[in-house]
Design a protein around this ligand. Structure first.
Ligand SMILES: NC(=O)c1ccc[n+]([C@@H]2O[C@H](COP(=O)([O-])OP(=O)(O)OC[C@H]3O[C@@H](n4cnc5c(N)ncnc54)[C@H](O)[C@@H]3O)[C@@H](O)[C@H]2O)c1
Length: 255
């Protein structure tokens, strides 16, 4: 892919799943990658594998809910590679304790609602807030935020997760409108059911059997499907794409 080599990209939540696959793909394309995650072992495993394959990557333990931790993540990227050209926000609290206990507006535990907003929405606000000045200093750059298909289709359950992901849409359009003239783009990917370790734990085989017939594709998503879409959106190939949502979902929603 053109227009991604040598760019410095932060992957916020790159210690597993879609974020890890995207960090690997970015490095394969010649980008310098900073993998931030609350899971230290996950982040290091990803950057070790990238470096073993000849790529450039730095791991940083960070908590997306902490303002100072997000500032440090950006500072680490600048210190390691001199500037920042892109941010992929992909972290989410997908744990059994949070997403696993998310239900309806009537039943959801208040702490699940609060934690979902804290990690999934406030977290993206904090990383963006610290990255935008760095992108401006580099003459512009790109942000890609991760929502979910349920923002587009609605969901009977997972009210807290859905609300947090819907908020990211407004945040992303705000950034596109506010900083587009200064060459900062902000787009959104909306993954459909993608077979990461975590999503396989959370979504039962019975649920998966219900979803598959609703897709045009004969299969579920792979982390690499998201990695290629995100790499494109972060590259100069997507220079005139700003403020949009790209569903990467095997054609769900047609028919
Ligand atoms: N996999 C799917 O089917 C699917 C579908 C729709 C949307 N998504 C979205 O895609 C993204 C990635 O999903 P995934 O399946 O790869 O999940 P995942 O759980 O493997 O990845 C999430 C990452 O975020 C990190 N994280 C959690 N809390 C954090 C914190 N406080 N600070 C820093 N990092 C933190 C985790 O350690 C993990 O590495 C998420 O935003 C998810 O909501 C996934």
């Amino acid at each position: 892919m053109r227009g991604i080599k040598d760019k410095v990209i932060i992957v916020a939540g790159g210690g597993s799943g879609i974020g890890a696959a995207t960090a690997r793909r970015l490095a394969e394309e010649g980008a310098k990658v900073v993998v931030g995650d609350i899971n230290a072992d996950g982040a290091s495993a990803v950057t070790d594998a990238i470096r073993a394959a000849g790529g450039r990557a730095t791991a940083q333990v960070f908590d997306i809910t902490e303002d100072e931790s997000c500032a440090d993540l950006v500072a680490t990227a600048v210190k390691a590679y001199g500037q920042v050209n892109g941010l992929f926000n992909v972290a989410a609290d997908t744990s059994q304790n949070t997403l696993g206990r998310d239900t309806t507006v009537v039943d959801v535990p208040l702490e699940v609602w609060r934690r979902s907003l804290e990690v999934n929405l406030t977290g993206y606000f904090l990383t963006a807030r610290h990255t935008i000045p760095a992108l401006l200093a580099a003459g512009g750059g790109a942000i890609v935020n991760t929502i979910s298909g349920l923002v587009l289709y609605g969901d009977r359950n997972r009210v807290a997760y859905g609300a947090s992901k819907s908020g990211i849409l407004a945040l992303s359009k705000h950034i596109a409108l506010g900083w587009g003239k200064e060459n900062v783009r902000c787009n959104v990917v909306a993954p459909g059911l993608t077979l990461t370790e975590n999503s396989q734990e959370l979504n039962s085989p019975q649920y998966r059997d219900e979803v598959l017939p609703r897709l045009c594709s004969p299969r579920f998503g792979r982390p690499e499907d998201l990695a290629s879409a995100v790499t494109f959106l972060l590259s100069d190939e997507a220079e005139w794409i700003n403020g949009h949502v790209l569903p990467v979902n095997g054609g769900r929603g047609l028919g």
